[in-house]
Design a protein around this ligand. Structure first.
Ligand code: NAP
Length: 361
């Protein structure tokens, strides 16, 4: 690289916001590493994980654990993995920690002035914590002030919803805005990467479907009501919608498919329903680097399919297909989303980008 090239590279690096990834060695953590290397606004300065990974370089720890294909980005491979204690240099922290330990660690960071964006379930339903999908409920950022006042935190915690909830709510947002949701019945077919690494034992899932995912149905049912709730006087009143979820683990590596039936207050035609999904593009004007049109309507009778459609919009779009009338409720369709990108790291990075343009960083 010539002198000018070097200068431009160093200058653009100097202006990037340093970030840390907690749980960087896990499935979602790896997604962060991949999505944040070469991000125009953020630079990975630190990676952290459990005691057993700490002290070694990321490259060493991930030698047989990197699951995303290609090489580990060189600048991250050389970083020494740190422990998850609030002594990191980066004030913006993405948490992809296992839920068994995420709650307390995230609180410690927020107390010490860090901005924590979490993929873990622990704080999602806390009254003073935003449960945020940027295209769906950006107004919930108002809870940041409530949280700081109530808890005396110098920093704050924002949570990203569960992967299945995220794609469901993205697909339903324009429908709820225009035609008022009353009932939602959803059956998920969730991929293996959703269970983390090493996840589900191979002998349990090969040639099989497991009709149970611990706590997943409760997460979808409760989180959806908070996301579609009304913010009033610093409090979110849960939406008046009936939600019933059934969750299955299937033999697919990535991409959660959901079969959805809904009842609505207004009764649009199928074309009107498709039109409202097609038109949904709420954050286009903000020019956020990770933003893609959130919904892609598919017209083919056998789509969406995980293997074919999980990377639409670089994994940030959900695909909605087979939109038709339902003989029990009003309408039914299939929704597909990439669980580690849209439902995990990508969704959380989009939150960070929104925080930046809204002046929180
Ligand atoms: P995972 O592959 O099991 O990774 C868990 C991470 O937590 C690893 O980096 C692990 O570090 C770290 N960890 C475990 N115990 C720790 C401890 N005591 N102290 C510090 N770090 C510790 O899980 P995942 O699938 O990436 O999921 C991470 C989080 O995101 C979970 O809360 C999950 O529910 C949520 N989530 C997952 C998905 C998905 O599609 N997988 C989507 C949305 C949300 P070591 O390697 O050092 O043990």
């Amino acid at each position: 690289m010539n002198v000018l090239g070097n200068y431009i590279e160093n200058f653009s690096k100097m202006n990037k916001i340093p970030v840390a990834i907690l749980g960087a060695t896990g499935i979602v953590g790896q997604r962060y590493v991949k999505l944040l290397s070469n991000h125009p606004w953020f630079e990975i300065k630190e990676v952290a994980a459990s005691e057993k990974s700490a002290g070694k370089t990321y490259g060493e720890v991930m030698k047989s654990r990197w699951k995303l294909g290609g090489n580990i980005p060189k600048e991250v491979s050389n970083l020494v993995v740190k422990e998850c204690s609030p002594t990191l240099e980066s004030k913006l922290v993405f948490s992809a920690l296992d839920a068994s330990i995420a709650g307390g660690i995230e609180e410690n960071f927020a107390k010490e002035g860090y901005i924590v964006i979490s993929n873990a379930r622990n704080h999602r339903l806390d009254e003073d914590v935003p449960l945020l999908i940027p295209e769906v409920n950006p107004e919930s950022l108002a809870l940041i002030d409530v949280q700081r006042r109530k808890r005396g935190y110098k920093g704050f915690i924002i949570t990203h919803p569960n992967c299945s909830t995220t794609e469901l709510c993205l697909a339903l947002k324009p429908i709820n805005d225009k035609f008022r949701l009353k009932k939602i019945l959803v059956t998920t077919m969730q991929s293996l990467s959703g269970a983390g690494y090493p996840g589900v034992p191979s002998l349990d899932i090969i040639d099989n479907i497991i009709p149970f995912i611990s706590l997943e149905e409760e997460k979808i049912e409760q989180e959806t009501l908070k996301i579609f709730g009304n913010l009033e006087n610093g409090k979110i009143n849960r939406a008046n919608i009936q939600v019933s979820a059934t969750c299955n683990r299937v033999f697919v590596s990535e991409g959660h498919l959901e079969s959805v039936s809904i009842e609505t207050g207004e009764k649009p035609t199928i074309d009107e329903l498709i039109g409202c999904l097609d038109d949904f593009d709420p954050l286009r004007k903000l020019n956020l680097p990770s933003y893609a049109k959130p919904i892609v309507v598919m017209k083919e009778e056998d789509r969406p399919q995980p293997r074919l459609d999980r990377n639409l919009g670089n994994g940030m779009s959900v695909a909605v297909g087979r939109i038709r009338n339902c003989n029990v409720l009003d309408y039914k369709f299939l929704v597909l989303g990439n669980n580690t990108i849209r439902g995990g790291a990508g969704g959380a990075i989009l939150i960070a980008e929104l925080l930046k343009v809204k002046g929180y960083l």
